[in-house]
Design a protein around this ligand. Structure first.
Ligand code: 5GP
Length: 191
């Protein structure tokens, strides 16, 4: 998606450790007009799927998911990062290793909010090694629900998450795929 790629080139900052900082428009300050264009594009890309729910993960996925959901006219459920190990029985729970924070979270969703008849679109801001998505897929499958597709704002194509998720046969769409980025020169190349 050219609009997103142009914005990454204009405002993205490459940090050490393969981290792309986009917090001036995507995951701290949020450009809602851009999110709206992204929502429209996801609606077009997933038009052949019947989707009745969007699932994302806190915190950065929530803003994008909410605007995308307006285009699908469906509710959003976000998985919560929980400190507690004493989880009550009425939740699905999965450990997820955080790429940016270098630690593992227990991620939970109440069993009330994902049901076997649900057809889910998973939305997140970034795809790196795929741990967050694997956790969300596992939660949806634990509920007996269907993953119709996955929509990602920025995929880092030089990490292996995209390959892992696509090899599962899941319809994955990333609006911008970064092929390479160089922290010294600031150069970003898209696929
Ligand atoms: P994964 O689980 O695919 O390794 O990483 C995905 C999660 O880590 C996303 O939910 C996102 O919040 C965070 N993340 C991964 N790479 C980046 C990055 O380069 N920049 C930012 N801002 N977040 C990232």
């Amino acid at each position: 998606m050219k609009l997103l790629e142009d914005r990454i080139l204009k405002d993205g900052v490459i940090k050490e450790g393969n981290v792309l900082k986009v917090d001036s428009f995507l995951n701290h300050q949020m450009d809602i007009n851009l999110f709206n264009a992204m929502g429209k594009e996801f609606k077009r890309l997933f038009q052949d799927h019947s989707i009745n729910k969007i699932v994302t993960i806190e915190a950065s996925g929530i803003g994008i998911a909410c605007i995308v959901a307006q285009h699908f006219n469906v509710p959003v459920v976000f998985a919560k990062k929980s400190e507690s190990i004493n989880l009550e029985g009425a939740v699905y729970s999965v450990p997820i290793e955080s790429f940016t924070h270098n630690r593992t979270y227990n991620v939970i969703v109440s069993k009330k909010y994902i049901q076997p008849e649900d057809h889910v679109l998973i939305i997140d801001d970034f795809l790196a090694n795929g741990c967050a998505l694997e956790g969300l897929i596992s939660i949806v499958h634990s509920a007996g629900a269907t993953v119709e597709g996955i929509g990602i704002a920025i995929e880092k194509g030089f990490q292996n998450g995209g390959e892992i998720i696509r090899s599962k046969g899941i319809h994955l769409e990333s609006l911008a795929i970064v092929e390479s980025m160089n922290p010294e020169t600031g150069t970003i190349i898209f696929r």
